[in-house]
Design a protein around this ligand. Structure first.
Ligand SMILES: [Zn+2]
Length: 59
């Protein structure tokens, strides 16, 4: 089973953070956590969530 990957810079942040996960759901959850801790975004705006979804790529 191939993994999925996501890079925070794809959201437009000057940020090196990236992750790999097995499911899109896990990526979205971890991006929410990262956005809250690292980018001071308690809630992920719908616009950014859409960008997250479209930036998830096969690893
Ligand atoms: Zn980031």
């Amino acid at each position: 089973m191939s993994q999925l990957k996501f890079e925070c810079s794809s959201l437009g942040f000057a940020c090196e953070w990236a992750l790999r996960a097995d499911t899109r759901q896990e990526i979205v959850e971890r991006v929410r956590e990262h956005a809250r801790c690292a980018h001071n975004l308690p809630e992920l705006p719908g616009e950014l969530l859409g960008k997250v979804e479209s930036a998830i790529a096969t690893a």
